[in-house]
Design a protein around this ligand. Structure first.
Ligand SMILES: Cc1ncc(COP(=O)(O)OP(=O)(O)O)c(N)n1
Ligand code: 3NM
Length: 548
């Protein structure tokens, strides 16, 4: 008989010592089940055997009312005494093959996994599921000396589970604000596997209102799973598509150049009407020009980097740009990005010269463990480094060589790996959400002759991503909270396309002006042409190619 299938979505691990003062354990448990907990593990670190059995027995009685299975932490004897669905064991507990012999073929066995080797062994030993941790620091267990895996490390482990049938939850430091970042950021780089659920102690147990806490977490996990399912449907059927970043359900036949141009025009008007604030943590070399291009398209720049300030500003901004050209404000970047995720703001990451030094590579990894970007923009060297491709070597901030043999597939694969929109800039620009690749062929050779043109493109992507979110909210007010797992509402692919198109078309017009004699005059003319650009000009000049 096959073992029962468990729903790992919201996996409550109990912790009586973490209850708020005065809250009864059984009352808290029942409320959390009403909020949507799908699986419970009884974890008793201080109880003696008799007490553990009694707690497990009463826990199972309550869970049975809600048809929620119970597992026992570590103790095979308690599992056998109470007749629960199975056990969860750690690396130093009873070895899995022995545990299987003792509890029989039908019981569930989950195993804690901290790295790739432990995961391989869990697969060999036929664990039913693995608990991947610790994702982030936690006060609920002593994890001193252990490396936090972050969403990235979790995703690498998920890749190994491809086609194995082994399920996976993540554990450690998971709370409502960082949950969307974990779910999106842990989508595995090679096979796009995602978590089956999350294991939680304190976010539920320490809550005064465990029903609400569980229900909030459940809503995010459910909507993430729905979005993943519709993405898979698109890949299978090749018809209507809906990536995790795109709320608009588009039909392939309607997604044409004319449609894109019309939507870019809409966003140009939104920016002028709504003047969103764009916070830019950017490098010293380009700060002034970036602020000016922001103003030229109708948005409003702010260049705040102080951690307290970016925290307070976050709810009020339209989008956040993190450009780590001079990496002076790492703490500010960590806080700004994290708060952008929490407040569901578009977060644009420009990893300037990321492949040039190990410091830059490590900083990028560290930042990406703190937050999930909506868009990653770079030149060939930067995108190559992010994709861990050796095809294009990195030389300072410039892309060496002519780029990739197949740029479309590089951006598409990286978009899947990073669960973000990827923008590759160069003589032609390539943009992908992991499903589609858009090639844009506007621009001027002068862009290579002024400093910070790539940085300005990142700024404009941030402006138009903010416009895309505003546009979405203006049109779908009642559906504001339709998909709580969404990192940001609005069509972020469109925001990226609009930013690049507006910038490159304006650069063409600037370069054609008779008063432009070289890079110096081009630089000023570019800001003027961004300011004067009309939707009609975009429509006349845009060179767009859509590839599936
Ligand atoms: C779902 C889940 N994952 C990991 C753990 C940790 O188990 P273990 O390593 O055995 O540590 P203790 O829980 O015994 O402290 C877990 N309990 N549940
Ligand atoms: C029990 C446990 N195991 C972990 C691991 O990494 O194996 S982390 C952890 C504690 C999880 O508690 P919270 O949800 O409060 O962070």
């Amino acid at each position: 008989m096959p073992r029962i299938q468990l729903d790992y979505s919201i996996y409550l691990v109990t912790g009586r010592e973490l209850l708020p003062p005065g809250k009864d354990y059984y009352e808290s448990l029942e409320e959390s089940l009403q909020g949507g907990v799908t699986l419970v593990q009884v974890r008793e670190k201080n109880a003696d055997t008799g007490e553990f059995i009694e707690v497990a027995r009463r826990t199972k009685q309550i869970c049975d009312k809600y048809n929620v299975p119970v597992l026992i932490n570590d103790r095979i004897d308690v599992h056998l005494a109470v007749g629960t669905a199975g056990i969860h064991i750690g690396q130093t507990d009873c070895p899995l093959p022995l545990a299987r012999q003792l509890i029989g073929p039908d019981a569930i066995i989950g195993l804690s996994v901290r790295n790739l080797n432990e995961c391989k062994r869990a697969i060999e030993q036929k664990a039913d599921y693995i608990g991947i941790g610790t994702v982030w620091r936690t006060e609920s267990k002593d994890t001193k000396g252990r490396k936090c895996l972050g969403p990235d490390g979790t995703g690498e482990i998920l890749d190994l589970l491809h086609d194995t049938g082994v399920q996976a939850v993540a554990i450690g430091g998971i709370h409502l604000p960082n949950l969307p970042q974990l779910l999106h950021g842990s989508i595995s780089p090679k096979y796009s596997n995602s978590l089956d659920g999350i294991a939680i102690i304190s976010d539920i147990v320490s809550s005064k209102n465990p029903r609400e806490s569980a229900s909030n977490l459940r809503e995010i996990v459910d909507s993430f799973k729905r979005a993943r399912k519709s993405l898979n449907q698109y890949q299978v059927k090749g018809g209507v598509f809906d990536s995790p970043f795109v709320i608009e359900h588009r039909n392939k036949n309607e997604f044409t150049n004319d449609y894109l141009i019309k939507r870019v025009e809409d966003l140009m008007n939104v920016l002028k009407d709504e003047t969103p604030l764009i916070n830019q943590l950017t490098n010293k070399v380009v700060m002034n020009d970036s602020a000016n291009v922001t103003l030229a398209v109708g948005a409003s720049p702010i260049m705040s980097t102080n951690p307290r300030d970016v925290y307070d500003l976050s709810p009020a901004i339209g989008a956040c740009l993190i450009n780590f050209g001079t990496i002076d404000d790492k703490e500010g970047m960590q806080v700004a990005g994290r708060q952008a995720n929490v407040n569901k703001k578009p977060l644009i990451f420009d990893p300037v010269a990321v492949g040039a030094t190990s410091f830059r590579r490590e900083t990028a990894q560290e930042l990406l463990a703190h937050w999930q970007p909506t868009v990653i923009k770079g030149n060939a060297a930067e995108i190559g480094a992010m994709a861990e491709s050796s095809e294009v070597a990195s030389r300072g901030v410039d892309a060496a060589g002519s780029g990739f043999k197949d740029p479309g597939s590089i951006v598409k694969q990286l978009a899947k790996k990073r669960a973000a929109i990827i923008v590759l800039t160069g003589p032609e620009d390539y943009i992908s959400d992991g499903n589609l690749v858009i090639k844009l062929s506007n621009g001027s050779h002068y862009l290579e002759k002024i400093t910070g043109s790539g940085c300005q493109a990142g700024t404009l992507i941030a402006c138009f991503s903010a416009a895309s979110k505003i546009d979405y909210l203006n049109k779908n007010n009642e559906e504001l909270f339709e998909n709580k797992s969404q990192l940001v509402q609005g069509d972020m692919l469109l925001g990226a396309i609009a930013g690049i198109l507006v910038y490159t078309v304006a650069s063409e017009i600037a370069a054609e002006r008779s008063d432009v004699k070289g890079p110096g005059t081009f630089r000023s003319a570019l800001i003027d042409e961004l300011y004067n650009l009309t939707p009609e000009t975009i429509s006349q000049r845009a060179k767009i190619e859509i590839r599936y």
